[in-house]
Design a binder for this molecule. Structure first.
Ligand SMILES: *Cc1c(COP(=O)(O)O)cnc(C)c1O
Length: 379
């Protein structure tokens, strides 16, 4: 056999060029703790591009979700709606406050919370609806917001996949009372570990600042609005170091380049796999009219678990790392403690066995992608 081909990872962090320069500036500026100049730059950039009323950087999306649960005062008597097909944190953050997750199934086309099942899942105890824009494709936000308004139940968008995605021309993350972002290494834009809370309901801004500052009114103090700061509410330490914000700012500045590259990768997978998929009974992602997606991932839905595992295995033998994704939360150990049973969310249960995500990272080369496509087609 000839020289072995180098492996193609599923994901890799890709610097954009100015990360170290900004970190150095941060060192020289001698403000390494939270809420320094780079934190402000990141927040302002996000406020201006996405149009959220207020953006607060956080240490992770998980922590932004925990802040949302505190902000909306969820407690032991309360329920919240969450898709079963999501990351643990979407549910755990609210469960930490003692609230009970009500798992709703997903639409078979977009794999997003099925808005047709939403009303039937609401009870007088429902205190939050937490949709996830899976793969960066919008949920049916018109219908979800209509239900939210008529039932007066706030929406928290878990927007970890969908920064810069849109629904009917409006940025995702600006529909809910609040929304959460992730800058984890696996996301389009990253600083290793990081996140943000987007606050759209102006009445929540001041308390969000307090919750993020260990329950103190420190932010008001620094603005000169109070002459000392003190413990005024529940809170924790959700501020990232300005060093991480410096790294993140370098990435955010390159958002257009990053999104353009990712669109190119996504479009090529779609173009070069659609015939193969149709012939094999494999489904490619659906992007409904009105959705401008955020190009977070490219997935395939194989006919069944056996063929999904065979594809992952076959790719691995060719040095290509493809992965499956979320397992149904309602059937997890914790989910079952909340009463989750097989059959509760049939689409989630099926899709969890069928889905495979192909390698996708910001500096994936045309040659690497050609190898992935050829290997998929040969399987
Ligand atoms: C990545 C992710 C999270 C968690 O993000 P962290 O920043 O790692 O806490 C939450 N929800 C979804 C949908 C995610 O993909």
């Amino acid at each position: 056999m000839s020289a072995e081909l180098t492996a193609i990872p599923f994901n890799r962090p890709v610097p954009t060029g100015r990360e170290l320069e900004y970190i150095q500036q941060c060192l020289h500026g001698a403000h390494l703790s939270g809420d320094g100049p780079f934190t402000r730059k990141c927040q302002e950039l996000l406020e201006q591009t996405v149009g959220a009323r207020k953006v607060l950087l956080t240490t992770s999306c998980t922590h932004a979700l925990e802040m949302a649960a505190l902000l909306l005062d969820l407690g032991p008597e309360d329920e919240f709606i969450v898709p079963s097909f999501t990351f643990v944190s979407t549910a755990n953050a609210f469960a930490l406050r003692g609230a009970r997750p009500v798992f709703v199934d997903i639409r078979p086309d977009t794999l997003n919370l099925d808005e047709r099942l939403l009303e039937a899942a609401l009870t007088p105890r429902t205190r939050a609806i937490v949709p996830v824009h899976y793969a960066g494709v919008a949920c049916a936000m018109d219908r979800i917001m209509e239900i939210s308004r008529s039932r007066r139940i706030p929406v928290v968008e878990d927007n970890a996949h969908a920064l810069f995605g849109k629904f009917r021309g409006r940025y995702l993350g600006t529909f809910g009372a609040v929304a959460t972002q992730s800058f984890h290494e696996t996301k389009n834009i990253s600083c290793g570990e990081g996140g943000a809370l987007l606050i759209n309901d102006p009445s929540l801004v001041e308390r969000a600042e307090i919750i993020r500052e260990k329950g103190t009114n420190r932010s008001r103090f620094f603005r000169g609005q109070v002459d000392k700061y003190t413990w005024v509410d529940l809170g924790s330490s959700y501020l990232p170091s300005d060093l991480l914000a410096a790294f993140l700012f370098a990435q955010l500045e390159q958002r257009e380049e990053i999104q353009t590259r990712r669109r190119r990768i996504w479009d090529r997978y779609q173009a070069e796999l659609c015939d193969w998929a149709a012939a094999r009974g494999v489904r490619l992602p659906t992007v409904p009219d009105g959705c401008e997606q955020a190009y977070h991932m490219f997935y395939l839905l194989l006919p069944d678990l056996e063929r999904r595992q065979a594809l992952i295995q076959g790719l691995r033998q060719r040095g290509i790392h493809a992965v499956f994704h979320y397992q149904p939360l309602h059937l997890s150990e914790m989910g079952q403690r909340y009463g989750g049973r097989v059959g509760d969310c049939p689409v989630t249960e099926r899709v969890a066995d069928q889905l495979v995500r192909l390698p996708f990272f910001n500096d994936m080369t045309a040659e690497q992608q050609a190898r992935v496509i050829a290997a998929v087609r040969a399987s």
